[in-house]
Design a protein around this ligand. Structure first.
Ligand code: UDP
Length: 481
């Protein structure tokens, strides 16, 4: 990434939440400001700091505070939700983020910036910014479409859900039926955070305006009355293979070998399967996925949770989640990655023909950037909304057809999704035909639009320039007071 010098640099602090899906994109967005010559500082903890970009840029700094491991009862080094394996440890990470508040506040007050960009899970930043008379922007890693859906439901709670749990989003630009209703506690947790966010200088969105669409940019601006700044796709700030490979944790497989294997496969012949960083699977469900992949006959890269297939796992244990002999039979056909995969590089490879995804927003935008069509299998959080943007609104994917909003990422689904259902969705995209071709073309067009958005004159580039100008004016008017 090229770096500009800026005669009147802004000083901006970024406070990402301690979860890969929140931290990775916000750090990329901070890099974007740094590349325009503004002084950016990421405020985080030591283990998280190790996952940040190593590209030298004197405008990009990191300030760490020790993670309160002992106070919350977590082993040393577990400082991110990616390292948590159950609801209890994820709650401890959240507790730690609450404990860090005082240290962060003291630091920020003693070294005040011109602006703070903070995750919406830190609503207390509002008071801090007000005290310092500086603007504050929020981020949560969601699509604007999902935020709009949540706002619509805040204003008009669901009263007429179908017995299956599906419901129509009220007073919305499109007629959208969501397959499964959010659990009440999830709404109770999210709604107050979204309300605080409405008092900020705006929501930063890791996407580009064309993907959410003008309807939702206008809906958020006019109906909800708040500003959204589409500055992404964040992943496109990583230009070289090295920068892409370094995004997030360290890959557990050789990036070179993984890419060589992909390069040896014909275009659009490989399925990529990953459900993000927060996902528990029962052995039975993994078995169904494995059976579907094998029955489809396509090549695959399948990312499974780290615990699966580690050296201590006996053959007997392995047979519970993999059909007998699966790995030997598929040695040439595919790769199982047990742990962190170099996702952006995999998606970028022309051999990848479709992505079975949980519709986490980062994964979704990364697939869009690569022009890869998606097979959607949402699990929790805002993923059920993203599914509809992908399939019904933008036409760049097909649904597996799941309809069960998990109570937590660490709980298995009550209903098993069978091999046949998964295989059918895979074939819909991978076997070709008019529908698959239309979806693939549409996905590739959005890929082009994504790249245009960040170039000079593109929508995200213009938004970034406008936002920087606004922040400079706010800084200038403050210095006159
Ligand atoms: N990711 C990755 N390798 C993995 C798992 C995840 O690079 O093995 C990255 C992925 O590219 C994305 C982020 O981690 O940038 C996951 O974010 P997402 O919103 O898709 O899902 P979440 O983990 O928050 O549910």
């Amino acid at each position: 990434m090229a770096f500009e010098e800026e005669p009147q640099p802004l000083k901006i602090y970024f406070i990402p939440y301690l979860a890969a899906g929140h931290m990775i994109p916000l750090v990329d967005i901070a890099m974007l400001f740094a590349s325009h010559g503004h002084h950016t500082t990421i405020i985080t903890t030591p283990s998280n700091a190790k996952t940040l970009p190593t590209t030298p840029n004197h405008h990009f700094r990191v300030h760490t505070f020790d993670f309160p491991s002992q106070e919350v009862g977590l082993p040393d080094g577990v400082e991110n939700l990616t390292g948590s394996t159950d609801l209890e440890s994820s709650w401890k990470i959240y507790q730690a983020s609450v404990i860090l508040r005082n240290n962060i506040e003291d630091f920020v007050e003693q070294n005040p910036p011109d602006c703070i960009v903070a995750d919406f899970l830190y609503p207390w930043v509002e008071d801090l910014a007000n005290k310092l008379h500086i603007p504050w922007l929020v981020f949560n890693g969601f699509s604007l479409f999902a935020i709009c859906a949540m706002e619509a439901l805040k204003a008009h709670p669901i009263v007429d859900a179908h017995p299956s749990g599906s419901f129509v989003i009220p007073n919305f630009p499109h007629h959208i039926t969501i397959n499964s209703a959010p659990p009440q506690f999830s709404k109770e947790f999210m709604d107050p955070l979204l309300t605080v966010a409405l008092r900020s200088h705006g929501f930063i969105i890791n996407s580009f305006a064309e993907l959410d669409g003008e309807e939702y940019v206008n809906y958020y601006h006019k109906t909800i009355g708040h500003k959204a700044w589409h500055l992404g796709p964040a992943s496109l700030t990583r230009r070289t293979n090295k920068e892409k490979a370094e995004r997030g944790e360290k890959s557990v497989v050789s990036v070179h070998e993984c890419l060589s294997w992909l390069n040896s496969n014909p275009p659009n012949s490989v399925l990529y399967i990953s459900f993000g960083t927060l996902c528990y699977w029962s052995d039975k469900q993994l078995y169904e996925i494995a059976s579907a992949i094998e029955a489809s006959g396509y090549g695959f890269i399948w990312v499974v949770p780290e615990k699966k297939g580690n050296e201590e796992e006996s053959e007997e244990e392995q047979e519970k989640w993999l059909p007998k002999g699966f790995e030997e039979r598929n040695r040439e056909k595919g790769i199982i990655i047990r742990g962190w995969a170099p996702q952006v590089l995999i998606l970028d490879n022309p051999a990848v023909g479709a992505f079975i995804t949980h519709c986490g927003w980062n994964s979704t935008v990364e697939a869009v950037c690569a022009g890869v069509s998606m097979i959607t299998w949402p699990l929790h959080s805002e993923q059920y909304y993203n599914e509809k943007l992908i399939t019904e609104v933008r036409g760049i994917g097909v649904e597996v057809g799941v309809a069960e909003w998990r109570i937590s990422a660490y709980r298995e689904n009550e209903k098993l999704v069978s091999k046949d259902v998964i295989e059918k969705a895979v074939r819909r995209l991978m076997d070709g035909g008019d529908e698959a071709e239309r979806i693939r073309q549409c996905a590739q067009e959005y890929g082009k639009k994504a790249r245009q958005a960040i170039q000079e004159g593109g929508s995200s580039h213009k938004n970034l320039t406008t936002l920087i100008e606004e922040l400079k004016q706010l800084k200038a008017s403050k210095s006159l007071q």
